[in-house]
Write a protein that binds this ligand. Structure first.
Ligand code: HEC
Ligand SMILES: [Cu+2]
Length: 326
């Protein structure tokens, strides 16, 4: 037994209640009603079973083990921590859902280039509402963006724009660009074009203006949001896109041979500064359709997606992040 005392934690986040218990504690539950789940690398079948049914408010007992390497079990669109699934060991997890819907569970350990295909669904029915209320469509849909079109920036800076330096010009910013809507629907290059012709900013040279745009982008994020974005990027994206965002993660070569496309390079100003947050949102939610870019819609919450997007821009605008790996 790995734990000397029973470990039990309760987390209630976005409708999922996750109780972790050590194997002997699970004996109290009894073998009855426990669903055994086997994890294998995607090439060998992924999760078995890959569809599970549950009822709102009724605890769902899962007993998990791996048939090959170490995997990890997590539920999408929730902040619940992942649970390791080890070969030769049983891990018990009890989930209670308080809302109906289709939940995606997935592996968070990078077991191979097809790792992200290790996904399954939990269909949760019952509860008060017959069907979950329809959500609002994501911004990229509302804006009717063609997320497959090339989006080169019409203009790029000479060096790395510096938000800290840009802060000194903050008072000059016209209020029209200071809303979350503006930020999410415009690329930094579009913001540059808009601000370059603004009469209140004629005193700034191009380099000053880029610093101001870096500041504007930073002011639409928070340190906590950026920290979460960084954590989620390291967990879900870096294996392909690279820690430094340069498209050179450990699986980038495999992805190229599997899907014919290399992961995007977020340190490239031409593509990144030509992309609005809403466009990046579309790519992330929907995925690359046939390229190796996974669809993250079922996995990430809305806020997590925006936080990752804020973090992606730091490969352009933050001296430390942008310089990493250069
Ligand atoms: C399995 C490899 C893989 C993983 C994991 C992955 N990506 Fe990608 N990503 C790609 C590939 C390949 C492309 C290029 C596809 C294309 O251009 O259609 C891409 C493209 C993108 C783009 C489009 C960039 C642009 O300028 O159009 C964004 C944004 C992106 N990825 C974000 C993410 C984020 C955020 C994550 C993690 C939550 C992630 N990716 C995880 C492989 C991956
Ligand atoms: Cu895995």
């Amino acid at each position: 037994m790995r734990y000397s005392e029973p470990l039990s934690r309760i987390l209630i986040i976005s409708g999922v209640l996750l109780v972790l218990a050590v194997p002997f504690a699970a004996q109290a539950i009894g073998a009855q009603g426990v669903i055994e789940i086997h994890a294998r690398m995607a090439e060998s079948g992924g999760w078995t079973p890959s569809t599970i049914r549950a009822k709102v408010g009724v605890p769902l007992h899962l007993r998990m083990t791996s048939d090959d390497v170490m995997h990890s079990f997590a539920i999408g669109q929730s902040d619940t921590p992942a649970v390791d699934v080890l070969p030769g060991q049983m891990t018990d997890v009890t989930l209670t859902f308080d809302k109906p819907g289709t939940y995606t569970y997935y592996c968070t350990r990078w077991c191979g280039p097809n790792h992200w295909r290790m996904r399954g669904t939990i269909e949760v029915t019952g509860g008060d509402s017959a069907s979950p209320p329809p959500g609002t469509p994501p911004l990229y849909v509302t804006l009717n963006l063609d997320i497959d079109a090339a989006h080169p920036a019409s203009v790029t800076p000479v060096g790395i724009p510096q938000a800290q330096r840009g802060a000194q010009f903050a008072d000059l910013l016209p209020t029209t660009v200071m809303s979350l809507e503006y930020y999410r629907s415009h690329s930094p290059a579009q913001a540059f074009e808009d601000l370059r012709v603004d009469p209140s900013l004629t005193s700034l040279n191009n380099s000053d203006l880029w610093d101001l745009i870096a500041y504007l982008w930073q002011s639409n994020s928070t340190p906590e949001g950026l920290a979460e974005g960084q954590r989620l990027f390291a967990q879900n994206c870096a294996a392909c896109h690279g820690e430094s965002g340069r498209g050179n993660g450990v699986f980038s070569v495999d992805i190229k041979s599997l899907a014919g496309k290399t992961p995007a390079n977020f340190s490239d100003p031409t593509t990144m500064l030509g992309a609005a947050p809403a466009l990046l949102q579309g790519k992330i939610l929907r995925g690359g359709m046939g390229t190796g870019m996974p669809s993250w819609g079922p996995i990430l919450t809305d806020q997590q997606t925006w936080n990752i997007i804020s973090y992606l821009y730091t490969f352009q605008f933050n001296e430390n992040t942008a310089a990493a790996g250069k």
